[in-house]
Design a protein around this ligand. Structure first.
Ligand code: PHE
Length: 343
């Protein structure tokens, strides 16, 4: 076929095909069938130039160039149109309706345990206590023996222990931290030690894992008066102005004397109600004067120094403060429960 005829065919083919594509990608494939440097139909024609008689070459060359230029600009124009349409479609799909109501982001609140912990830390650090965090895995020595509770001591039965291996356990009390502190720091000592403790115990008011807050003060001339004074400040700050404390004799191997600390009922003011079971008092923590044996186990001269210690259950304080009657509520992660503590 004469080159002129081939070119006419190409032109017709392009003219009829170019408008039928709806994506620039398809159009590009179509364009390649004509303008690809190697395989394209126009390039193929150029290759045929060698068979054209010499004198005709300038004229034939001219029309080949013309079709090439025409095809290039026709494809460019068609491509531009498709691209513009594609961009408009993309923009439309991504359009944001600023009048739509926004999705409300809800911000979580702190767990009541954390709220109480933070409050206690604030109260005690205000009184000059430093924070010490012990470890949850302890040796039998730190959890019991150094706290004047040797292997055959009956007080071990007070705390149902989870043993991990011979000599190692999950601490049953933050009191274990007292020993670490006294081994590493000489008096004056004034620390507050918050942390999780573990006991094989499970009912409405006991959980196998709970949190304690331990306090320890060791210095020259520390007495029960210092303990009571500090407890009064603590009680009125956490439960409200006017709340009083009273000490009842108790027993812990690591304190002598030992006391159970009650606060006057902050619900009824001491008259007697459901919360205080009609007694006017609520038990909140254990405390006492550090047993001289414990001081000596840590290399502290008990003729020169004395101290007091106290330990309280954080969940118990939270339950009293917020009127929660089952400790499980604190661990079940029920959003309906947790939501009520957002402030
Ligand atoms: N460790 C004791 C308990 O868990 C509480 C306590 C701490 C008592 C410090 C006295 C002094 O029951």
């Amino acid at each position: 076929m004469a080159i002129q005829d081939q070119i006419r065919e190409i032109r017709e083919e392009i003219e009829s095909g170019i408008g039928s594509y709806s994506t620039s990608k398809e159009l590009y494939e179509f364009r390649k069938t004509f303008l690809d440097n190697k395989e394209g139909k126009i390039s193929q024609i150029m290759k045929g130039m060698k068979d054209v008689p010499k004198e005709d070459r300038p004229a034939v060359g001219k029309i080949i160039n013309e079709i090439k230029e025409w095809a290039t600009s026709a494809f460019d124009a068609a491509d531009k149109k498709l691209h513009a349409a594609e961009l408009a479609a993309k923009n439309a799909a991504e359009a944001i309706d600023v009048t739509m109501p926004a999705v409300r982001e809800t911000v979580g609140g702190l767990h009541p345990d954390t709220l109480v912990c933070n409050e206690l830390i604030e109260i005690f650090s205000g009184m000059g206590f430093e924070i010490y965090e012990g470890s949850e895995i302890e040796s039998d020595y730190y959890n019991f023996t150094a706290l004047n509770t040797p292997a055959d001591h009956p007080a071990r039965d007070m705390q149902d222990t989870f043993y991990l291996s011979e000599g190692f356990l999950l601490r049953t009390q933050t009191s274990a931290g007292q020993i670490h502190v006294m081994e590493n720091k000489k008096p004056p000592i004034k620390i507050l030690s918050p942390g999780k403790v573990f006991r094989s115990d499970d009912d409405a008011t006991h959980s196998p894992m709970f949190s304690q807050m331990e306090g320890l003060v060791v210095d020259k001339g520390i007495s029960v008066c210092d303990l009571q004074g500090m407890l009064d400040t603590f009680s009125s700050r956490i439960f409200g102005e006017g709340v009083k404390t009273r000490l009842r004799p108790s027993y812990f191997p690591f304190t002598e004397p030992s006391v159970e600390v009650d606060v006057s009922c902050f619900a009824c003011g001491g008259k007697g109600c459901k919360l205080c079971k009609g007694t006017g008092w609520i038990e909140v923590l254990g405390a006492g004067i550090v047993n001289h044996r414990v001081l000596e186990n840590c290399g502290i001269d008990s003729t020169e120094y004395s101290g007091f210690a106290f330990g309280m259950g954080v969940e118990r304080i939270a339950m009293l403060k917020y009127g929660i009657n089952n400790i499980k509520n604190l661990f079940e992660s029920d959003v309906r429960f947790a939501k009520q503590f957002k402030d």
